[in-house]
Design a protein around this ligand. Structure first.
Ligand code: KG4
Ligand code: ZN
Length: 339
């Protein structure tokens, strides 16, 4: 079964063709980072315009690279939310056009489900499974009892991890997106600033990163006001160690309580080198998987994989009432696992 994935929820226009939820035939990603870098972050209006400009080309590239024709596609899976509404609508409407034209069923996919299924492109999921989702907009611990059976154990009460990375990078004068820059600098630094580890010992599975973010920003300004220089690699390392200590410790605790067979990490921050190393060195008795770096940040292959497994489970496609939604929960109302 060949699934076409379409992802336009933020600043990447991506189209992918994936066979049986696992074999990537093509995964084309047109990134708008260069344009948004000029403004220090994603500008929604510009993002939607860039999706319109690029999407036809990305469709053509994906089809050519996969060496198939539109008639070979069995299902279209498109990100329906959450994300920037103007951007989502470009992908959803493109999906409808192809679906109508070639009589291919179409299925809306929640973006976080996509990030989770990026792991399925390389490793077969085994349940129960714990997913740590860490992206620019989300920080969540999700327990999965089977394919498309999600239970949210906890989430951030304020900022997402990626958001905190990007804001601190901005203060340090690093270009957008800041996460990869801080990660690279942290590799050569040491934890000398000793920032707090928020909610490390809280009894629940929730997170909070806005207090840490403010603490780090205040520390930066205090140093500046006193005319002291910041050792940037140490500063980045100290922030990264604080974040990863919390993520790893809370993930391990939840994994042990729920006796999971696997831990998977998903979302843009899953590309973080420090997080990968700490997860692997700390958690040795439960297998920990990360997607390939190219499938950590937004891409359509993960959406196609999620589409395949959702369709296998529900055998149901969406109708043309499908719409983009800027807010969309992983667990939909009416879903048997909704709670
Ligand atoms: O999943 P994603 O592409 O988009 C969302 O759905 O949000 O994640 C983007 C986020 C950005 O905040 C970016 O700074 C962060 O992932 N990110 C990283 C790294 N690579 C990307 N954060 C820390 N370390 C990295 N290596
Ligand atoms: Zn994402």
């Amino acid at each position: 079964m060949i699934v076409m994935g379409i992802e336009t929820s933020c600043d990447e226009t991506s189209v992918s063709l994936v066979e049986n939820g696992r074999k990537v035939l093509a995964n084309e990603v047109l990134s708008q980072i260069d344009i948004h870098q000029l403004y220090g972050g994603v500008v929604p209006e510009i993002a939607s315009r860039e999706h319109v400009k690029g999407i036809t080309l990305v469709f053509d590239q994906a089809i050519t690279k996969a060496g198939i024709s539109y008639r070979d596609i069995d299902l279209i899976a498109v990100t329906a939310g959450p994300g920037l509404i103007g951007s989502l609508l470009i992908g959803v409407n493109a999906a409808k056009v192809i679906s109508l034209n070639y009589h291919i069923p179409m299925l809306g996919i929640q973006h976080i489900a996509g990030h989770i299924y990026a792991n399925q492109l390389e490793n077969e999921m085994e349940f129960p499974l714990l997913a740590l989702v860490v992206s620019g907009g989300h920080t969540e611990l999700i327990l999965m009892h089977g394919h498309f059976e999600f239970q949210k154990l906890g989430e951030t009460q304020d900022d997402a991890v990626g958001e905190a990375y990007d804001k601190i990078a901005r203060i340090l004068g690093l270009p957008y997106p800041g996460g990869p820059r801080i990660d690279a600098l942290a590799q050569t630094g040491m934890d000398t600033y000793h920032f707090p580890r928020p909610m490390l010992d809280s009894p629940d599975d929730n997170f909070s990163f806005s207090g840490l973010k403010s603490h780090v920003i205040n520390a930066y300004h205090n140093h500046m006001q006193r005319g002291q220089t910041i050792h940037v690699p140490d500063f980045c390392r100290s922030f990264q160690d604080a974040v990863t200590d919390v993520l790893v410790s809370k993930t391990l605790k939840a994994a042990q309580i729920h006796q999971v067979k696997q831990i998977i990490v998903a979302g843009g921050v899953a590309a973080n080198k420090g997080l990968r190393e700490k997860m692997r060195s700390t958690i040795t008795d439960i297998p920990v998987y990360f997607p390939h770096i190219r499938y950590c940040t937004d891409n359509a292959a993960m959406i196609a994989s999620a589409g395949y497994f959702k369709y296998q489970k529900t055998k149901q496609a969406d109708d043309y009432m499908l719409n983009g939604a800027s807010r969309l929960d992983l667990i939909e109302k009416g879903d048997p696992t909704w709670q």
